[in-house]
Ligand binder design. Sequence first.
Ligand SMILES: [Fe+2]
Ligand SMILES: [Fe+2]
Length: 339
Amino acid sequence: MSTETKSAARALPTTHVRQPPSDSGAAVDSYVAIPAATIMIGTITPCDLYTPIGDEQILYWERGIPIDREKRYTIGEQRLTHLYIRGPDQSRYTAYVQQHIERLLGGADAGTADGVERFFVTSRILMEESMAAPAEPESVQTLQQVVSAGMEQLGDGKNLLARLGRVLVQVPDFYAHALQTCLYGLALARGAGLSHRADLNDLGVGLLLHDVGKLELPIYLWHSARPLGEDDWRTVREHPVRGMTILGSSSLFGAITRDVVALHHERLDGSGYPFGKCAAELALPVQIAAIANAFDRRTTTSPYRESRHAVDMLRDMIVGGRYHFSPKLLATFVRLLAA
Ligand SMILES: [Fe+2]
Ligand SMILES: [Fe+2]
C-alpha cells in the first residue's frame, strides 16, 4: 500500500464531527471527538483540546500541557467521555496514539476498569485503520498487537461481564462487535483449555476479522430500518466467503484465522452457512467463534432487532441452540460470565 493510501486509511472516525454555527450561518471549523481515556498521565497534550458547552466548543487544554495526576483526575471528575480536537489537528492526535500505543493498549493498569476502557477505545481506532486493508503486513501486525493486549486485559478471563461492563456497547457498531467477539472468544478459548500462544493469536485475529466480508456489502444493508427480505439475507450470508477472498492467499494468516472467518456461522447440526458443515468438520476454535459471535450479536441492538439481555440470550443458546453449539463450551462460557 502506498504511503498516501495508508495515511488516508488512518483518518480518524468522523461520526462526532461538530459544526458550530457562525454569525454568517456558515460552519467556521469542524471538530472531531477523541476518547478522553486516551489522554494519559505523563503525556503532553498533542493539540488543543475542546469540550462542548451548549453549541460552542470551549478550549479545555492547550497543546503542550503536561498531564499530571491532578489534571487527569479532572477529566474523570467531570465525567468527560470525549474531548474534541480541531479537524486539521487529527494527524497530531494520530501521531500521539502511535507514540503511546503500548501504554494505551496495556500498561500497568491492564485488567482494571480504566485499563480495559483505554484498551477498548484505542483498539477501536486501530481496528478502523487495519480493516481498510486487512491483508497488509502492517495491519496484521496491528491486529496481533490488539489480540496480545486483549489477552493481557482479560487476565484469567473470570468475571468477564463485570470486567468489560463499562465498555460493552449496546448500539450497533461493526468494530465494537469485532472487538467484543474477540474478547469473549479468547476468554472462552482459555477457559476451554486452549493455551498454545500461537493458536490463541490466530484465533484472536480471526475473531477480529470474522465479519470483514461485511465491509463489502451494499450500504443499505447496514442501515435498513425494516426487517431484511430473503434476497437481502442471501447477500448478507455471503460475507464469510467474501471474507475469505479478502484474506486471499497471504501467508500472514494462519489456518485457524481462515477457518474462523469462513466458518463462524456454521452450526453443529449442519444447519449453518455457507457450507452446511457439521460437528465433525468444525474444529474447537470455530465452535468457540460461533458462540462468541452469536452471543455478542444478539446482546447488542441492530436497526432491525432489539438487543437481548445476556441471561435470556444464554438461556436460548443452551436450550434452543443445543443442536447448534457445543453444550460443553456453553457451560464453560456461562461459568466465565457468571464467575
Ligand atoms: Fe458473521
Ligand atoms: Fe459477527
